[in-house]
Design a protein around this ligand. Sequence first.
Ligand SMILES: [Zn+2]
Length: 188
Amino acid sequence: MGMGDDDTAARRLRLLQQELLDPWRMPEDREGSRSARPASRGQQLAHSPSPIHLGILDHMMKTRAEAIAHTRAVAPNAGPVPAEAAAVYDWMRQQTAHLGEEQQQTRETVIYRQGLEHAIAMGDTKVVRPHPCPACRCWGLEWDSGRQRAVCTYRPCSDERGMTHAWKLAELADHHVTAKKMLKVNAT
Ligand SMILES: [Zn+2]
C-alpha cells in the first residue's frame, strides 16, 4: 500500500529537532565550509541562540499548536498530547481514527502540509518539486521564499490576468492527498 509519506512529517520534525539541539551547527556548515568559522565551539556556546535556531523553534511551536488545536476541534475528548514532538502525528491519527473519511483526509492534509513546512524551515525548498502544478500538471514548481508560494515555471501556465500560477503549501498538500486517495480508490 502507498503508505510512503505517512511518517514523513514526523521524520522531518525529528531532523528539525536535531538541528535545534545542535548548538554547534552554524549556518555555514550547510555550505560545507567548516574551516571558515572564526569562533571556537566554546565561544559559540556563550552566544545567544542564532536567528536560525529561534526561527526553527518558533516554527516547531506553531506547527505543534496547530496540530493539537486541529485535533481537539474535531475530537474534543482527545487524550493527553505526547511530550515527544514527532509523536504528535501518531497521536493525531489515533485520536481521530473514529472520524469519517472526509475528516481523516483533512487531517492527513494538515500532516502532509506540515511535513512540507518542516522541510522548508530546514532550508530544503526542493521539496515542492515532486508536486505537479495543480493547473498545468507539469513538474516545474520552484519555491519563492518572498511570496511563500510554489511558483510554476512553465511559461504558458498563467492565470486569467497573465500571472504565473503560485500555490500555497496547503494547496499542494490538498492536491497531493486527494490524488493519493484517488489512486487508492482506483486500485480497489
Ligand atoms: Zn503550471
